[in-house]
Design a protein around this ligand. Structure first.
Ligand code: AMP
Ligand code: ZN
Length: 113
């Protein structure tokens, strides 16, 4: 997707603070962090949102959670707790239409949902 900001990050056209990369996923720090640890886990394959997932994406989505677990440990938030969020659609607050998993940690989030 030529106009997708996350595809541009994946292709190295826009800089990012990467914390993880493999053949199918990349993870980088959110540019406007909502918590001390705020990392986005993003598939290299462009998928607009959860609404556009196909059955063949199931392994990829599962891997996003496995990588989130590893990054949570790396960022030292695994023990205290962290939140994994996927916004889907405008009303949920999705602003970048390339599916991604937010990993949020390092502050108390119990007052929120
Ligand atoms: P969402 O609202 O779930 O679509 O989340 C999109 C997230 O991408 C927001 O938290 C933005 O702060 C973040 N974001 C947008 N542009 C960039 C960028 N260039 N580098 C890192 N994070 C970004
Ligand atoms: Zn994209």
């Amino acid at each position: 997707m030529s106009d997708c900001i996350f595809c541009k990050i994946i292709q190295g056209e826009i800089p990012s603070a990467k914390v993880y990369e493999d053949d199918s996923l990349v993870a980088f720090r959110d540019i406007q962090p909502a918590a001390p640890t705020h990392i986005l886990i993003v598939p290299k394959k462009h998928i607009d949102s959860v609404n556009a997932l196909a059955p063949e994406d199931e392994a990829l989505i599962g891997k996003m959670f496995s990588v989130a677990k590893e990054i949570a440990a790396q960022e030292s938030v695994a023990e205290k707790g962290y939140r994994l969020v996927v916004n889907t659609g405008a009303e949920a607050g999705q602003t970048v239409f390339h599916v991604h998993l937010h990993l949020l940690g390092g502050r108390d989030m119990r007052a929120l949902i």
